[in-house]
Design a protein around this ligand. Structure first.
Ligand code: SF4
Length: 209
């Protein structure tokens, strides 16, 4: 009985049962992340940092964006990045089009670490796979709507692929190795860059010119 009361009250910050469930879900996913990261000899923040660099458009891998994703201060993220650079997983590089901008890149060891992270990160995958297709679709819609709300308040990192972005111009230069174009950032995009995340995404369709 004591244990039950404790689990009912622990971390609950609202009388709304859904908010309480979300709070507990956050605690559970943090516990999973901690466990899985520990088995790799990393912290959850280091894991998220490496995956951020791998999953984000190459021109958007600034420390500032990583800080937005992690909801952490710039100074603390610099410390995390310094640690990953010292371990040989990340390097800092100057952006080709703007020498004031520093971008993060994975080294070969960093890429191998990401492979190990994905092999290790099975707990949530298995839990989601155990849900029905209908439950997954409902959760996907609900989480998406919640993330949009939290993102508007600056509490969530809202990054998407180019698909469905109003700035995306498909096949602007069909003969090129980078046939697509971003009208906002004025950069050419290769096919394999489209699925990487970008914080500048805006949903919509661009009027063709
Ligand atoms: S702004 Fe849109 S089109 Fe441009 S890179 Fe980002 S997601 Fe892709």
């Amino acid at each position: 009985m004591k244990g039950k009361q404790s689990s009912q009250n622990h971390g609950a910050s609202s009388g709304n049962p859904l908010v309480q469930s979300l709070t507990r879900l956050g605690q559970a996913t943090r516990a999973v992340a901690l466990d899985e990261a520990r088995m790799l000899g990393l912290t959850p923040i280091q894991v998220q940092s490496l995956l951020f660099v791998q999953e984000t458009k190459p021109f958007a891998t600034m420390v500032g964006n990583l800080a937005r994703l992690l909801g952490a201060t710039h100074a603390s993220v610099v410390g995390t990045v310094d640690g990953l650079v010292a371990r040989g997983y990340l390097v800092r590089t100057v952006a080709e089009d703007d020498r004031r901008v520093t971008l993060l890149r994975l080294t070969d060891d960093g890429i191998r670490a990401c492979v190990r992270i994905r092999e290790q990160s099975k707990t949530l995958d298995q839990a989601v796979s155990a849900m029905t297709a209908e439950e997954r679709a409902g959760l996907d819609r609900g989480v998406g709507a919640l993330m949009e709300q939290l993102g508007e308040g600056g509490y969530a990192w809202l990054a998407h692929s180019c698909h469905g972005c109003m700035h995306f111009q498909r096949n602007k230069n069909p003969a090129s190795e980078t046939p697509h174009r971003c009208a906002l950032l004025q950069v050419a995009l290769a096919e394999d860059q489209l699925d990487l995340e970008c914080p500048e995404f805006i949903s919509g369709t661009r009027t063709p010119r």
